[in-house]
Design a protein. Sequence first.
Length: 55
Amino acid sequence: MAVIINELEVVLEPPPPVAQPGGSPRAPEKPQISPQDVFTLLERRERNQMRLVAH
């Protein structure tokens, strides 16, 4: 059965950084990695290795 969803997702770009007087613009901050992210990555890697060995 076909399902048609009429949705419009609008993603706005962030405004350009405002120049700070007397200095260079700040470097963008890097996103922080949580322990849950590390656990997920290690778990995914382990599952991929087990899948490879199974074949």
